[in-house]
Design a protein around this ligand. Sequence first.
Ligand code: F6P
Length: 548
Amino acid sequence: MFAKNKNNTKAWQKLEAEYKRFKKVEMRDLFKKDEKRATKYTLSLGDLTLDYSKNRFDADVFEALIDLAKERGVEQKRDDMFSAQKINFTENRAVLHTALRNRSGQSVVLDGKNVMDDINAVLMKMKKFSDDVRYGKFKGYTGKKLTNIVNIGIGGSDLGPVMVCEALKKYQMKDINCYFISNIDGTACYETLKNLDPETTLFIVASKTFTTIETLTNAKTCRKWLVDALGEHAVDKHFVALSTNREKVVEFGINPDNMFAFWDFVGGRYSLWSAIGLIIAIAVGFENFEKLLEGAFAMDEHFKTAPLDKNMPVILALLGIWYNNFFNFHRYCVVPYDEYLKYLPSYLQQLDMESNGKSVDKDGDFVSYSTGPAIFGGAGTNVQHSFFQLLHQGTDLVPVDFIIPAISHNEIGDHHQILLSNVLAQGEALMRGKTVLEAANELKKAGKSDDEVEALKKYKSFTGNRPSNTLLCKKIDPFTLGEIIALYEHKVFVQGVIWNINSFDQMGVELGKQLALNILPELKGKSFALDHDGSTMSLIKKVKAFRK
Ligand code: F6P
């Protein structure tokens, strides 16, 4: 790919030729031709199984995709990440979320220092503190047990903890309740605080930079709420901070002894394995938090050691590239069939779209190919009754990942069997479709007249040949969840390597923040400092008129 016509590389050209040869091939014919297709294209890692056979590829396409990974140096770049090279080159930082869950006992050296010493020290501090809160040793100012834990953070300092706490709700201590305040909308603070008792509430202010306006404003409001009720002296017993910025934590008024550190080699959206996971450890216990780390470590090991053609994250990434860059499918859907995983799609939106929503490559050139797709999803079966219509009959094809636990934490009557039958049916329906002829025959069988059959047969038909992956596990436990999250992290990494972009900065979020800071005083005051476009100026004036 790349240099002026950067797509013009050997592997890329081969894939373009493969696309021409293959674009019309039907998956159902591939299954008919090869009885072993499902076994051939299924991979397992412990209790986690990935069936990627319902994708539009054959052995030749697969080989060409693997060649692309080789040509782009995926293995070398992966090793660079694990060995602390400063691959986040726009910020001159290493990318070491993998060190946070490094269970090998081996050191990870960055700038001559073993980062594992600091990481393990913070993990021990998290263990002690989470145990102390859970078992009532660390109490509130008035001596009561802290049972309401409020995480104040946004983006990566919120989405990971929210998603994991919900996913592992079944492991949560009975008298611990978790709350999350992220939005600057005062409603978030109001609705959370209105039912809480300051004497039993612990606030965790989670911010890598400790400069994020939403988090600092929310934290200030919560601090005032607490101080109004219990006095300034209570703050040390009710506020802790998770950050890389000690100075700002102190400036805000949180005791540095109550601070849990992490480091600039941990990206916000990759930070749930760090101190940012404190609320998870309090909710489900440090042992379970460690199992989450172990699951992620198992996936790291798989990613590091499995050959490219047997490597789950690599294969997911390459199939994504195949659709995004050759079929021009620019959306991607993730549907967990597990109520506890309902926040996984939102988490993956940040992980994927903040990482790979980029337009400038590593050489400083605007890319001439499409990069990160738009990610969406939701919990099945709910979403079957909302956007699945488009997945089945819409004009734009959307590849889907289904995530299924074979066993539910709540096996009540037939619920889980019905859920499972639904997800398995969805994958089959997307792949197989229903021809116009099949639809007509069905209508005839149902006793419809010839006119009715003619009128309805196309509406009742499905083109099929719509791809999906199925990620099946035994049960969603902390270990498996760790594996699944790390799987997606590495998928995103591999795609970033192939698109030759930096997946670890997020400069695209800055312009809006900057302009908001300009507009804020204009909303509050009388004058307009900036020369806005007509629409923005008129909206500012209208907003002010409403608020008069
Ligand atoms: O707005 C983007 C972002 O920088 C994310 O990358 C990050 O996860 C979030 O804001 C929160 O940042 P912080 O943890 O520094 O408050």
